[in-house]
Design a protein around this ligand. Sequence first.
Ligand code: ZN
Ligand code: ZN
Length: 344
Amino acid sequence: MKAVVKYGKGKGLVEIRDVPEPKVKDDEVLIEVKAVSVCGSDLHIYHDNHPYWPPVTLGHEFSGVLSDIGKEVKGWKAGDRIVSETRIGSCGVCFICQSGFPQACEKKRPYGIGVNGAYAKWVAGPARLLHRLPENIPFEVGAAIEPTAICVTSILERSRVQAGETVLITGPGPIGLISLAIAKMAGVRMVGITGRSSAEGIRFQKARELGADFIINVDKEDPVQKILGFTDGLGVDILIETSGGEKAISQAFEMVRRLGRVCAIGVSGKPEISIPYDRGIFKAIRFDFCFSSSWTSWERTISLISKGLLPLEKLITHKLPLEQWEEAFHLLESRQAAKVILIP
Ligand SMILES: [Zn+2]
Ligand SMILES: [Zn+2]
């Protein structure tokens, strides 16, 4: 079968290759991939600034239909519509796994990063990571459940956004826009988003469609002054950082209120960045570093979408055949897209 493979360590080194179709082990299922979403992490892997174990077929945000079922697998049958968590390899016995956070296990080797992923017609993996995809969620939307579950874990479970709060999201990429949809759904009093001039095309437009109360172009306006203006000089209750930009992270300490929270989801892609540490101490800011997604957030995300409370379909701007993965990467990198879906 054809697969989009990162075949070595270094910049680029991605191409379509002919690879053998996967075979299932006793505790695994074979999945026919119906849709796979292009993630910012895929671009980071392309550019060699994210962990990965080559050669590996890319793709960790996907939906599909079960085709072959391993001998020991119970509760699943061929034809079932599914999405899958990505935490392959999490050991189940270490302190982190046993305390209920297997997604943060050191042994984890996710789809598309450590083991072959879904930029292909078929992918095989453990049945224990599956979730049922309801009939009323299209496969394209299903492919965006993984990043949404990350946002749900971060915003609802870890930083615990509350109804009636004020929220700022820094960064209008897919994770920023998904965060906006979650904040709206959670009933916050005011939520805005920041971005650069490159977002004036599609991304700010999507933010408006999702109901952003304000949008700040940081190339034209000072976000700190704007936020203090919107909040009577107080700052927002919670700032969701999705840009990974050093300046935005540093400014977060000014834009969040005293005793407010920063929910950090964006990866900077740098070994170190500088932050106003003492400012954080004197304001008693809670800085939540967030990573990956919990089982509970997957179930929650799926029901929220199924009930029509998270309009993820609005974020899908492009749908391309798998062969056009380069075009998909380009669309995302040049910020002409929100979510790009590939169909194998
Ligand atoms: Zn992703
Ligand atoms: Zn573990």
